[in-house]
Write a protein that binds this ligand. Structure first.
Ligand code: NIG
Ligand code: FE
Length: 413
């Protein structure tokens, strides 16, 4: 039997037909219905419309949403929520003046998290990771991509990916897995990166593919991490096993990673804090979604992705959290949306499009989530009493969410 939400002050991100993504000036348009109803049946959006047309057939539960809004849950297309321990020591080191790069060069950073994860049992890692997944669901995330990349050995990368699989099997929200073996060069391979690439290509990838543990292949294409040539090797190898590229590029330096991503038909290129004209040009008229991670810029005090320039050039943009222990120890998409408006000058409508339908596209889920469309999963945010859509990013830091529904079921608080 159905659930009926009635008297909804405004139903947000209503798309009659499923769309892939929105780009350029279309990102300003966020279709809504004022004074609406919404019917959920069998975990899916079954019907919606104006209150004047609200059906009178009996339902299992009626929820009065007067003064409240409903929008699709956030689609967080870039996270690293499977990790062990934390790095608040490095956070304090940065407060005292060390840079993220200096910390990494001393063996901290990603290698620090990898050492901790390698020593952590699979059970403990699962327990730590599920706390983060449940936390972000309560904050309104209803679809998420999760990366490996803190294992950096055959066993530990497989351990991470098995945990992502277990999360997929346990929770109702769509979860996608990316294999990020090329996240950093383990210290034992210092001076011999090609041997580590051989391990990824020759051992990790075949095992991951055989066990069907990942949909996407990722790499940190960055000065001091992996080169454009390494990126091409990894993306080509991933593609041989059916993994689609979704890559980290242009976080600190622009070295041609965007072009490599586009060349290999990446589903998304993520970070993009440093964007040259030619990088913006390379993304035009492609199926590759640029993804900005403003919480990472905030936490590391690095430039924000030039969203205005990119959208004004006609590109689409998605927003994601990058939740990880080093550069973004937060998976709060509400903060991401606020920060995109405050620091990147995106309008509330653009930011909500970027964090819903465009985020869904960036993890291959645009047909399943990301908009209020009949047949999509009923993954919904019911807000508290709010004045307008703009109030949500404007009043940053406050919790505007009353309840989150995944497949029509309330997520427990
Ligand atoms: O997306 N940039 C590369 N990887 C992560 C951070 C990794 C870490 O510091 O643990 C990111 O920001
Ligand atoms: Fe990341």
């Amino acid at each position: 039997m159905a659930i009926l939400f009635k008297n909804i002050k405004e139903l947000i991100q209503v798309r009659k037909e499923p769309i892939a993504f929105v780009a350029g000036s279309d990102m300003k348009e966020l279709p809504t219905i004022k004074n609406a109803y919404l019917v959920v049946e069998n975990g899916k959006i079954a019907d919606y419309g104006y209150m004047a047309d609200c059906p009178t057939t009996p339902v299992k539960e009626t929820i009065d949403a007067s003064e409240k809004m409903i929008l699709p849950t956030w689609c967080d297309s870039h996270t690293h929520i499977v990790y062990a321990g934390n790095r608040e020591g490095e956070f304090v080191d940065r407060i005292h003046g060390l840079s993220y790069e200096e910390i990494a060069n001393k063996g901290g950073g990603i290698l620090n998290s990898a050492r901790t994860l390698q020593k952590t049992s699979e059970e403990s890692l699962y327990e730590q990771s599920k706390v983060r997944l449940e936390e972000i669901m309560q904050l309104g995330t209803g679809a998420v991509e999760i990366k490996s990349g803190y294992g950096l050995t055959v066993d530990s990368e497989l351990k991470m990916l098995r945990i992502i699989k277990r999360l997929k099997d346990t929770y109702d929200l769509p979860i996608k897995a990316s294999f990020l073996g090329a996240h950093a060069l383990p210290s034992e391979y210092k001076g011999n990166p090609s041997a580590y690439l051989d391990l990824i290509v020759g051992e990790m990838l075949p095992k991951i593919a055989e066990a069907q543990l990942a949909e996407y292949i990722d790499i940190f294409c960055e000065t001091g991490y992996f080169s454009v040539a390494d990126t091409e090797v990894i993306l080509e190898a991933g593609k041989r096993y059916g993994l689609i590229p979704k890559i980290h590029v242009n976080q600190f330096t622009a070295i041609g990673g965007v072009q490599a991503g586009v060349k290999h038909h990446a589903l998304s290129v993520d970070h993009l804090e440093v964007m040259r004209e030619e990088d913006i040009e390379a993304l035009k008229n492609t199926n590759t979604m640029p993804v900005a991670l403003p919480s990472c810029s905030y936490f590391l005090s690095i430039p924000y992705t030039p969203a205005r320039k990119m959208i004004d050039a006609g590109l689409p943009l998605a927003l994601a959290s990058d939740y990880n222990p080093g550069s973004t120890p937060s998976g709060n998409m509400n903060f991401v949306v606020s920060t995109a408006c405050i620091k990147m000058k995106m309008t509330p409508e653009e930011a909500i499009n970027a964090a819903t339908i465009n985020g869904a596209y960036a993890m291959g889920l645009a047909q399943k989530v990301g908009s209020i469309t009949v047949g999509k999963q009923a993954n919904l945010i019911l807000t508290k009493s709010v004045n307008s859509i703009g109030f949500i990013p404007y009043a940053f830091g406050s919790n505007h969410i009353e309840s989150v529904y995944i497949k029509g079921k309330a997520v427990k608080q």
